[in-house]
Design a protein around this ligand. Structure first.
Ligand code: ZN
Length: 447
């Protein structure tokens, strides 16, 4: 697997991701319903997604698939008949999963169903009521302050009925049946960083990887948060055992520094690959230990599965004031930030794809590099000296028990450089790969 995108290609990918976000932004999504399906159908124009439906009432571990929610319109009319809150202006105005209602009531009663952000008076909050049947509206605190006492007409033209939960899945086979999981939640309405940036990045990765020869098989999931990962795991308990590495993708379009949240295992290969990629990226970043709060890694890392799944984000869940408000809009996510996130993900995947154990075929004293054209072989490259060091490290540690990632960590050199040195040594027949790469035992089967 080679995709290292040129700066021009990366910039173009950033623009494409932003335009996909722009395309999906107006759709009113929820954990079930037509909005989620419409989103998946749009994604199908980019990648051949399978769309799965799980009927309402299906038991998935300790949870039950909820009723399907759909909405056509919603508004509040003032005593003078003016629409003071209108779902058609922003789908955040309605508490997601609100039951239908159409009646008149005084403002004093209506207030109990209105949600605002007093600290951010010009932002509309995003609220949900998935597992409790109620209704409500969200509006700017500045708008609420302008409402006069009197009788208001309230209408939510929604339905909450038996139907199904929908999710999208794309399986891309590689040489091995071992899988890399890339999962994103796609259940938020008009909110960009959380979660459309993740949807756009996973789509972009799937498009890029389709054109590449892959070591691992890849599974891309577009699911509603929490209940979606629970439903997928309940339906794919056996298949989940194939997952060797995984990342939950979200909040990758803002301009905050990177944040990697380790898997529950703490030091799985995915954790080491992500930390290594960020360490050598030149970007600012933070590494956090696993905690059972956040996105769908909570389910993938539940003790009954304990899958090696981390989460690579920029501003993490709940750590930016715009999160779950109307300020998480099309301006809050930037093509350049999306492109940078894509580059970071590709670096992590390159490490997983190319990580292997090798054996030095000339292990008694150093082989003579000059006669094989390897000494000063990298003369044209600015990093020539470092590449020579990388070559010496690979030769020294390739005893069948160290992976290239082990060597890169120990040499404190970027993985790609260690990998390049290994490729050169293989071309000179100084190095052979151990076939059972990535297994815990030392390889003896050498080619
Ligand atoms: Zn969210």
């Amino acid at each position: 697997m080679q995709p290292i995108l040129s700066p021009t290609d990366l910039a173009a990918a950033g623009e494409r991701m932003h335009s996909l976000i722009t395309d999906l932004y107006p759709i009113c999504r929820s954990i079930t319903g037509e909005g989620f399906r419409r989103t998946l159908r749009r994604l199908r124009e980019h990648i051949p997604l399978d769309i799965h439906e799980v009927p309402t009432g299906t038991q998935v571990f300790d949870w039950t698939v909820p009723k399907e929610w759909n909405i056509r319109d919603a508004w509040i009319k003032s005593p003078t008949g003016e629409k003071v809150v209108d779902f058609r202006r922003s789908n955040l105005h309605v508490v997601n999963y609100s039951v239908p209602i159409h009646r008149r009531m005084p403002l004093t009663e209506l207030r109990g169903h209105l949600h605002t952000l007093p600290d951010q008076p010009d932002w509309i909050p995003y609220r949900t009521s998935y597992y409790k049947e109620t209704w409500g509206f969200c509006l700017r605190a500045s708008e609420l302050a302008r409402l006069l006492e009197g009788e208001y007409e309230v209408c939510i033209d929604s339905s909450l009925e038996n139907g199904s939960l929908t999710y999208g899945e794309y399986y891309l086979p590689g040489k091995r049946t071992d899988e890399v999981l890339l999962s994103c939640h796609a259940c938020h309405p008009s909110l960009c960083n959380d979660n459309l940036s993740g949807v756009a990045l996973v789509t972009s990765l799937a498009e890029l990887l389709r054109g590449v020869s892959l070591e691992y098989s890849y599974r891309f999931l577009f699911i509603p948060g929490t209940i979606g990962s629970i439903a997928w795991l309940a339906r794919n308990e056996k298949q989940a055992l194939q997952i060797r590495h995984g990342l939950v993708v979200a909040c990758v379009g803002d301009s905050a520094k990177f944040d990697y949240k380790r898997s529950r295992r703490g030091n799985a290969e995915i954790d080491r690959a992500a930390v290594h990629a960020l360490t050598h990226s030149g970007d600012e970043f933070e590494i956090r230990d696993f905690l059972p709060y956040g996105f769908d890694e909570r389910q993938f890392c539940s003790p009954g599965f304990n899958l090696p799944v981390g989460s690579l984000t920029r501003a993490p869940h709940g750590h930016f004031p715009e999160n779950h408000t109307s300020a998480d809009d099309l301006d809050f996510v930037r093509p350049q930030a999306l492109a940078g996130s894509l580059a970071a993900y590709l670096t992590v995947l390159r490490i997983l794809e190319n990580n292997a154990r090798f054996v030095n075929l000339s292990p008694k004293c150093e082989p003579q590099l000059g006669k094989r054209g390897l000494y000063r072989a990298f003369g044209g490259l600015a990093e020539a000296g470092t590449l020579e060091m990388a070559t010496l490290w690979v030769l020294n540690l390739s005893d069948g028990s160290h992976t290239l990632l082990d060597i890169a960590e120990r040499a404190k050199l970027p993985f790609d450089m260690i990998h390049l040195a290994a490729q050169k040594l293989r071309e000179c027949e100084l190095l052979a790969i151990c076939r059972d790469t990535n297994r815990a035992t030392t390889g003896s089967d050498v080619t």
